[in-house]
Design a protein around this ligand. Sequence first.
Ligand SMILES: [Mg+2]
Length: 395
Amino acid sequence: MKITDLKCAVIGGYPIIRITTDAGIDGIGQAESYKPFLTPHVLFYRDMILGLDPTNVEAVMQRIRRMGAFKPWGSAVSAIEVALWDIAGKAAGLPIYKLLGGKVRDKVRVYNGAVRFPLRDQSPQAYAENVIQMAEAKEGFSIVKQGISFHSNMMYDVPNYFIGEKRTTGRHPNRGLMTEQGMKHTIACIQAMKDALGDAVGLALDCGPGLVPQDAVRLAKAVEGMNIMWLEDMLTGDYVPYVSAAQYRDVKSKTSTPIHTGEQIYLRQNFMELIETHAVDIIGPDPLDVGGIAELKWISEYADLHGIMMAPHGTGDGIFGLAALVQVSATLPDNYIAFEYPVARPEWWYDIVDGLPDQIVKESFIDVWDAPGLGITFNANAKKYLAAGDERFFD
Ligand SMILES: [Mg+2]
């Protein structure tokens, strides 16, 4: 089998890639939403993979893997990897999880970072009401993740929140020492959320990036005893193109509160220092940014050897990203906690894809489906959502 084309179309805000073959089998991959700029970057790889056998996934990846980088520049490579596995699975008549060594669980736990509701204001009461809404969503989530501190509007709306210049442009642009008032307000919000949720639903907190290590230690120690699931990306994360493993190790060594990072990191090599020096408790690679499904599987196995847990990122990954997360999460070792359930918007996304269960999440779990490849495919409704210039995407 040979690759005959690599295409990219932005459908409903998500870059979707399609690899075609001379056997008539195609593979679909996608990138996180908010990346309408990705099409030329995807097509950059086209000539490097034409003519190769897509079922030799690793051999194809060796051609393109070094031409990627941290988020968002690993997403095109990652989407191609997912599409290759989709083809390999369809060619074998097997779900992808079988090609990764088989599943070790029939259903995968997910957590809520995407089924969200507007936050009324920045008060502890508003935060408490908001996480209750997230926990009461029809999916029955057993873990919810709330943004706080530098990953929220606290830094703008709470007076005297931190010392430093307040920047409003760029992604997560602020960083600096928190004031005592800022720290106390943050802790009050966390306490209010925990009091509201009780101990039946876990609370994870996305915190930055933006905290300095000194504040990360103070915050993590202050919430010890609250049994927080994890504090995410306090120092680096999101669109930060480096890891800061030594700083994370300093923070982690001083607290019992679990520390989490890794959603923006590209490739296994860039997790080595975090894992080998036990710099964090939990890592959260995103299959659509880290380099793909097999990359995430490898990282998870290596993390498990070092006592580090896995909670993969996925909030903007759309429906094909959801399928990739389900396939790989079914195969991960016992260090797997849950992945971040993506919600596709607009709502019509759920009408243009076949293969999803009617109710995707039941009591915080997704039953692992068994159809070949990713197990979901575009149906005839999809064509009408192609933008001008993309009309031939499905040809
Ligand atoms: Mg995050």
